[in-house]
Design a binder for this molecule. Structure first.
Ligand SMILES: [Ca+2]
Ligand SMILES: [Ca+2]
Length: 120
């Protein structure tokens, strides 16, 4: 997600053009499906505040760990690579913890396997 500000206005009068970009990361795969509101808020040194919002629609496919829109062997391999790990283990990959129980095991593989072949 990137916020790009080009022009600052004071009571609809331009204070000049400024090029400023700020980026932030948002892993939408960790969000529940549905509509989410993202708000960017800008503060200045005088205490003025303004914000703008956009809506995003998240439709994650259960088992699609690499986010390519289908559940296939690549997703199974992500779980297999992290198999038998817990947080802090070098093989740990949070995305492979499909059931969010902080261990990557046969339950995670079975969830992906049950969804195998599904597409967005
Ligand atoms: Ca996939
Ligand atoms: Ca798990």
């Amino acid at each position: 997600m990137t916020l790009h500000v080009d022009e600052f206005l004071l009571s609809n009068v331009s204070l000049g053009w400024v090029s400023y970009t700020h980026s932030a990361s948002l892993n939408t795969r960790t969000l529940v499906n549905g509509t989410h509101n993202i708000t960017a808020t800008v503060y200045d040194a005088s205490g003025n505040v303004d914000s703008s919002s956009i809506l995003i629609n998240v439709q994650n496919l259960l088992g699609d760990l690499n986010g390519d829109g289908e559940v296939d062997i690549m997703d199974i391999s992500i779980v297999a690579k992290a198999f038998n790990s817990e947080p802090e283990h070098p093989d740990w990959d949070a995305i492979a913890d499909v059931n969010n129980d902080e261990v990557i095991d046969i339950l995670d593989i079975s969830i992906v396997a049950l969804e195998f072949g599904k597409t967005v």
